[in-house]
Design a protein around this ligand. Structure first.
Ligand SMILES: C[S@@+](CC[C@H](N)C(=O)[O-])C[C@H]1O[C@@H](n2cnc3c(N)ncnc32)[C@H](O)[C@@H]1O
Length: 398
């Protein structure tokens, strides 16, 4: 039996972290996984649950980066207060005698501007406390620890948590073949969920790069839990329950299906097309996706009422932006002329380029792709002509 007395009795407060802009989608995912009412924060969503909830969240969440179990939180903005906060946790009950640990910190305060130093402070507090109780120093293993401690430093509140995920959930493990500026897997899944994709209508990414959107579309459409192929840090917790995890895995596997509608991915670059195929094969999704080399000029949606989601090349330097203008015009024209009856969503990093699309956006959502503030535009592509907008209005309000 796992000794759950090592931690407070569940339901525990739990936190799922995400890219800013995806909080609402993540909260909806938690609800649909039966993980209760969620409270939305900035780049995170709080919920409550037990060990089963921890496993289910790690296996099933598409937009989360980590799932954390907070152990202590409070005002800790400098070295001494952080050390004191970390010393309040019963670390000696959370690690076995030969187990190792590692501490990772994010955020900063004016007195603790370097997260690496904050991690060292918490590590010292943990080591001192365990040594005082056991008369033995625990092992610190930053590469492959048994217990992963996560510190979120903030001026208002600092939280010290157990990280149940380990390797970020956003790294599914299938994307080894790169392309220019790939989306993270969790962001790609978030965009698709924001666009209302559930696999029931045909899907196309006409500028697929390394194929992240197509892979995530296939995972959603086939109802495949994104975490089935990997392990989680919680599996090394001293109160891990292999039986409960096995039950969650069985339930997750039993939900999978063959996608009911076509999924397609295209790119102009043959090397990128090859990379997409390799990534999809690694994700076990290649059989569900048709991958071809095609120019946006020859846009060919895979069926009536298709959903088209893509992120065209960004270009950040001035010269690059200028070079990309014709491509965005071509994309807008192709959507208008060749995708009537479809819905398109484009993730665009530069406003100037969005204007070149020349179509009226019916929605516009701000999303962060790493540090880049992007707009996710929705275009309803009606049959027949739709007025091209005068410059300055396109990519408009939503
Ligand atoms: C920003 S990347 C897409 C990244 C992708 N979402 C991922 O996660 O890897 C843009 C892609 O557009 C492709 N592209 C550029 N011009 C194109 C064109 N005329 N037709 C089709 N694809 C094009 C590029 O080869 C590149 O792979």
């Amino acid at each position: 039996m796992p000794s759950t007395e090592r931690v407070p009795k569940p339901p525990w407060p739990l936190v799922a972290t995400c890219t800013r802009g995806l909080e609402d989608v993540l909260a909806e995912e938690l609800r649909s996984l039966g993980l209760g009412e969620a409270e939305i924060g900035r780049g995170s969503v709080r919920f409550a649950g037990d060990l089963r909830a921890v496993y289910r969240a790690n296996l099933g969440l598409r937009t989360a980066i980590r799932v954390l179990l907070p152990l202590a939180s409070g005002n800790a903005t400098d070295r001494d207060s952080l050390y004191r906060l970390a010393s309040t946790v019963g670390w000696e009950r959370l690690t076995g005698p030969d187990q190792s640990l590692a501490v990772e910190a994010v955020g900063r305060t004016p007195e603790l501007p370097h997260s690496g130093f904050a991690a060292l402070v918490v590590k010292d507090a943990i080591v001192d406390r365990i040594r005082a109780h056991r008369r033995r120093r625990p092992n610190v293993d930053r590469a492959d620890p048994d217990l992963r401690v996560h510190v979120h430093l903030g001026v208002d509140e600092t939280a010290i948590s157990l990280d149940s995920s380990g390797e970020p959930l956003s790294r599914r493990g299938y994307r080894l073949q790169g392309a220019e500026a790939p989306l993270t897997e969790s962001l790609a899944a978030g965009l698709l969920l924001m666009a209302g994709y559930d696999g029931s209508r045909p899907f196309l990414d006409p500028m697929c790069g390394s194929g992240t959107l197509a892979a995530e579309a296939a995972l959603i459409a086939s109802r495949s839990a994104p975490g089935l192929e990997r392990n989680f840090a919680a599996e090394r917790w001293p109160f891990h329950d292999a039986g409960v995890l096995e039950d969650e895995l069985r339930q997750a596997r039993s939900r999978s299906r063959t996608p009911p509608a076509k999924i397609a991915a295209n790119d102009i670059d043959p090397k990128t097309v090859a990379a997409t195929k390799k990534n999809l094969r690694r994700a076990h999704m290649l059989r569900f996706v048709t991958v071809s080399r095609a120019d946006i000029h020859d846009l060919d949606p895979p069926g009536p009422g298709s959903l088209i989601v893509t992120n065209p090349p960004y270009g950040h330097r001035l010269g690059e932006l200028e070079k990309l203008r014709p491509l965005y015009r071509e994309l807008g024209d192709a959507l208008k002329q060749r995708a009537a009856g479809c819905t398109a969503w484009l993730l665009v990093g530069a406003r100037e380029l969005a204007k070149e699309i020349g179509l009226h956006a019916s929605r516009r959502i701000v999303v962060f792709n790493g540090p880049i503030e992007c707009r996710f535009f929705r275009y309803d592509l009606y049959a027949g002509s739709r007025r091209r907008q005068p410059p300055g209005e396109a990519g408009g309000s939503g």
